[in-house]
Design a protein around this ligand. Sequence first.
Ligand SMILES: [Cu+2]
Length: 283
Amino acid sequence: MKKIMLIALISALLIASGCGKSDNTNENQHMNHKNMQQGENHEGMNNETNQSPDVTTQVVWKFSKETPKSNETVDLTIQINDKEGKPIEKFDIQHEKLMHLIVVSKDLSYFDHLHPEYKGDGLFTTALNFPAGGEYKLYADYVPKGASKVVKNHTVTVMGEKAQTTPLKPDENLTKVVDGKEITLSFDELKAGKDVTLNFNIKDHKTGRPITNLQPYLGAIGHVVIISEDTEEYLHVHPMDEKAKGPDAKFMTKFPKSGIYKIWGQFQHEGKVITVPFVVKVS
Ligand SMILES: [Cu+2]
């Protein structure tokens, strides 16, 4: 146990030491953001292997049925406790919510973004309805008051007929049409460990006109969630300019390792949220 704690401490120090490298405030913010994301990844991995003691919080995931079944609504409770097992009472709001919950199928074909309701005493609840049998991964994203952001994940096996799994293949065409919008993703180079700006350009599909009146979705022009093919890496990226309205939405991030990733961009226009998925390869 001691050894594991030491490793956790060293990684925390390494992450912290990355902060001071930039002298530009704006860049610093990005650095902090990315460092936080790396912190999240560590958290996620710790949680996944269950080997490392969590220095801040522990999560108890519970479904109302012992084994959830596909196409049946099941209640999920997420209890957030401190390391002694005492409920955490207070959370900071991030992007208008106390908790963001991302649900994906193991092959990343299914994606959902929910906001569990806070009942007090560290307890969040939400209803879920899985579309098919198989394995799903859930990521809870929250900020205990005064602490830094935490992401915890949980894998659940859902009974029921399995959907056909489609192997993740990088998109050859980075223009997608969703709900009458034409969204084009562009970037310079996708290299592990290298800063990259993801640009989403949004047009009206029918007229080809750029959309310049995107609405804030959860307090920003858009939200981007990125998950690696093996579901080990989770990145929740916020826009560089939260107040932008389109047609471009820029997000800066850094992929932690090479491989295939799925990216979901979420935007709001005329009261409707659109989710646009892309699959990319990072070298
Ligand atoms: Cu959310």
